[in-house]
Every structure is written in C-alpha cells, then in structure tokens.
Design a protein around this ligand. Sequence first.
Ligand code: ADP
Length: 494
Amino acid sequence: MSTAVYKNLIGGQWVTARSGKTFLNLNPARYEDTVGEFPTSNAEDVADAVAAAKAAYATWRLTPAPKRAEILYRTGEILTQRKEQYARDMTREMGKVLSETRGDVQEAIDTAYYMAGEGRRLFGQTTPSELPNKFAMSVRMPVGVCGMIAPWNFPMAIPSWKLFPALVCGNTCLIKPAEDTPLSTYNLVQTLMDAGLPPGVVNIVAGFGPEAGAPIVTHPDVRAISFTGSSEVGRIVGQAAAANFKPCSLEMGGKNAMIVMEDANLDLALDGAVWGAFGTTGQRCTATSRIILHKKIAAEFTERLVARARALRVGDGLDEQFEMGPQINQQQIDTSTHYVEIATREGARLLCGGERLIEGAHAKGTFFAPTVFSGVTPSMRIAQEEVFGPVVSLIECGSLEEAIGQANGIQYGLSTALYSRDVNRAFAAIRDLEAGITYINAPTIGAEVHLPFGGVKQTGNGHREGGTGAIDFYSSWKSVYVDYSDKLQRAQID
Ligand code: ADP
C-alpha cells in the first residue's frame, strides 16, 4: 500500500515544505505500519503561513462572532459523524486504545459546542462612569495571529482547546502539530474547512520543534503563543516569547498525587488508581504518578493494585481486547527504563513491570509493562520527576496533613485526588492541595472542557485552557468611554 502524503496548509492551499523534505509518521504499536508522510517545515514555511494568517485576519476579525461560531457548531456536527474514523486514525498514530481516542475526538466535539456558544456571549462589562453624561464599557477584541505548538498525547483534543477559542474570538491561527501525531490535527482542520472556515484562517505547518516551532514563537507578526509540552521546551518557548513581550500560555508537566485515606472506599480508589496511572499508558500530564497511602490500608491496597497492574492487557489499541497501548516512541521507552533504574538504585522496591515488553506482537512496537514501585520516599527522584510512562510510585503516610505535605512537596502543581468518605477531610484537601485541579473520590485524570485547565508552580505560567480562561487568553480587553456631555470632562481633575 502506498504511503499517504500530507502537505502544509497555507492560505487554504496544500503545499509542500520549501525544503522539499518530509518525515514519516509511524504506528507505535506496529513499526512497519506507516501512517503518513508529512512535510519537514522550517522558518520559510512559517513565514508563508504567518503571512496567510495575517491576510485572513483582516476579514475574519470583522466576521460577526455568532457567524464565526456557526462554523464551530458545524465542525462539532461533522466531527460527530467522523468520530469513529478519526479515533481509528488517532490510535494508529498515537497508540492509545480506541475507547480513549474516541474520548479525545469527543473532547474536540465538546469544545466545539462550548466555544460556539461563546459566539453569542464573549461578555464584556458595562460600568458607571465617574462623570455625568459619560458611558463606560469594556469589550473583548481579538489578539491577531496566534501561534500554537501542540504535543502528541491528546492529538485532537489539545489542538481543539487552542484553535476553537482563538477562532471564536476572531483570531487567525498557525498550528504546528507534534511530529509523532500530525494526522489528527489534519483531520481537525480539514473538518473546520469542510464546515466553511475561510482559507488562511487556520494554517498548518508540520515539522520538528527547533526548525518549525521556534520560528513561530519569534515571528514578529505572531501576537500570542500557546504551547503544551515538556517543561524543558516550555522554558525555551516562554523565554523567547518574553523577549518580545508576547502573551504566552504554557501548559507543562505534572507529578500528580492521589491520596487514599484509611476511610476510603478501597474498591473505588483501586479503579481510580488503575485508570489514573495506566490510562493513556501514563502519558498524560495529569497521570497519577504518586499514590500516597495511609499506612493502615497500604498493604492491602498495594497487593490489590499490583494484581490489577499485572492483569492489564497491553497491546495494539486498535484491537479492543487490549486495555493499554504502547508508549509513543523509543525515547519515551528510554525515559521509563531510565527511571526504573534510578528508582531501584534509590532503594524503591519494584513490585511489577519495570521493563519493555518484547515477546510476540509486542516486539513490533514500543510497549512497556505497567510498573509499580513501593517503599518510595517523597524526596526520591521517582517521587519528584515526571516519567510520562506507565510507572506509579507508592508512598506511605500517617495522616491527611502528612499526605498533603507530601503531595505538595514537588515543583509541579497540576492535578491531585483525595479518596476519603469524610467531608471535613475533603474540604481541607480542596483548600490545601497546591494544584490547578483537585478531584474528590475520582482519579487525577478526566478534565471537562468548560472548566479551567492548568496548574500552579512549574506546571504553567498562570494561564488556563478550557473554560472562560481560554477566552481570556485569546482576547484582549479594550475599555471604551463615550462622552455625550458636549464639553471637556477630565477624569480625576474636574
Ligand atoms: P513531548 O515530550 O510531549 O514531545 P516536547 O516539549 O518535546 O514534549 O514537544 C512539544 C511540542 O513542542 C512539539 O510540537 C515539539 O515539536 C515542539 N518543540 C520542541 N522543541 C521546540 C522548540 N525549541 N521550540 C518550539 N517548539 C518546540
């Protein structure tokens, strides 16, 4: 079968990269399956895409927001029709199991409808003026051309979190998908075009970070940057944006803790732990990577968690008998392997997994066994650093206060969870856990699109995706004063 060839989307035209170079998108469950060939873009392609987005901005910003929103409604409808096909494409390029990729497409559908609703809101404020015969209000203006750099773990949901609020606010966009999962961004943008999005309003430049991502950040006509990815790259992107005073939303790592108290429903907590730690093969920024167990239930919980981890069926996500897919690539396998070595050296006890799966069909992909470490202390590197793989560390505590201290004792602050039946403990945890998201009796994963998503400390730089936070990022406040007194009135002076 010949390999499907994809091009950049610039000004509504599909064009090859100026360099003529391409790269292959491979299926992480089966190396011999090539998903497609994509352009390896550089600064010249980025400049073309920015020029197209700038030209399209002149008319898109003047299109009434409810009309812009109608395109998002249609996008949600078409995505619903294509959900199964797009989920299959996504599993093929990213690896996570079909039930999860269906969820990823559903998240884009939810975002489309939610942001379409904003087309008839985009509320500003009216407020009294301090002067007579004067009217005061604030309105949301678009920002201009927005540059977006996406990761591979939510290949359609995350681009939708970035594109849809930006579009309803009247911005035009340039998006660089992750090099491991470009097809899902293509599917998303193709749907927008089929829903009637005018040419140039969204442009795709595929390629690698330093060549195709960095020039987006530094281009003078790109007015705002939205990045989701690793903390290392986020630091580079954030510094480059700051040098030009560009608004920049950074969404980065996590080291998310689930606390299980002795009064918890242990069956429920176990289900949450298995889903939180091994869902998406642990490759979520909100993945449960630390479980803090009250010592009264630690032994029982540990034994049962290990049994569940061992029983997980790992394989090609397109085959619905499997519950956990591969890691995205060899580099992620190397990272998981490296952290298993570190944890073992630090004195943690490896209870299951800890290695790449290489027997039978597993040999053809990048599979890693569900891994559990016990005897982890809060200062160990395995308890501090993000692994982004199916590796979970168990830590013991003697009280909720101690558990919260352990949960907070890291550089990140994305998601947290508490399992307890005690409402007083629940509210104390909600108040004291340093994180952008806290779940009570639910795992650390599972965000809904109409709530703010993001973290504190080194997880981000204070912006939020989802909810109205996204509208805040993609619009710029303008204060408007209308003086109908027919004379010069001076604020603070007269
Ligand atoms: P991950 O570990 O999720 O791949 P990365 O931070 O490496 O996280 O990548 C996230 C996104 O950032 C990808 O689209 C990648 O191509 C892009 N990227 C990587 N390096 C840079 C860079 N120097 N400048 C801009 N974007 C980059």
